[in-house]
Design a protein around this ligand. Structure first.
Ligand SMILES: [Ca+2]
Ligand SMILES: [Ca+2]
Length: 116
């Protein structure tokens, strides 16, 4: 009788441990994918937060109202303009500025997650 009870207990514990183990044993690539997706969601949130601020700054500087900031409209340091003008076309657009700002904040986190 006692032996039967112990066998039942061990079986239940065994099943329990297997279930716990299966939960924790998500394949590494799935965990990595989930982490990257979380970071991408955060990136989207960051973009949504940054965009209005960039737009406000462009509106302030954009004297000819062509939705971009040319070199002669720029009031900051020329060196800074060059850094921000990532496609080197001589104007700063909202997309360009937002992409750069988001990228600068996120790229380190994303890179770290990909190489984990
Ligand atoms: Ca302009
Ligand atoms: Ca540009």
């Amino acid at each position: 009788m006692k032996k039967v009870v112990w066998t039942a207990v061990l079986a239940v514990v065994g099943v329990g441990l297997t279930a716990v183990g299966a939960g924790a044993q998500q394949p590494p690539q799935d965990r990595q994918q989930a982490r990257i997706e979380r970071l991408q969601a955060r990136q989207e949130k960051l973009r949504a937060r940054i965009e209005p601020r960039v737009q406000a700054r462009i509106d302030k500087l954009d004297r000819n109202h062509d939705a971009s900031v040319s070199r002669d409209e720029w009031t900051g340091a020329p060196k800074r303009f060059n850094k921000l003008d990532t496609n080197r076309d001589g104007v700063l657009t909202k997309d360009e500025l937002v992409a750069r700002l988001v990228d600068r904040r996120m790229s380190r986190r994303l890179r770290a997650a990909r190489h984990r």
